[in-house]
Design a protein around this ligand. Sequence first.
Ligand SMILES: [Zn+2]
Length: 58
Amino acid sequence: MKQLCPICNRDVDKELFDYHFQTEEHLLNKIRERYPAWVESPQKVLWFYRRFVLEVSQ
Ligand SMILES: [Zn+2]
């Protein structure tokens, strides 16, 4: 079973989903700490994460 992750927009195994989601949420918090103005723009945080964190780690 797969579940679509709202953070990275990828299909993730359901068994791994909680771990996956928490890991990404942790990284999003790091981005929010670095760019506090984006706390009110969640789409910007997601964009940054997908553009600069995900692509680098693939
Ligand atoms: Zn994800």
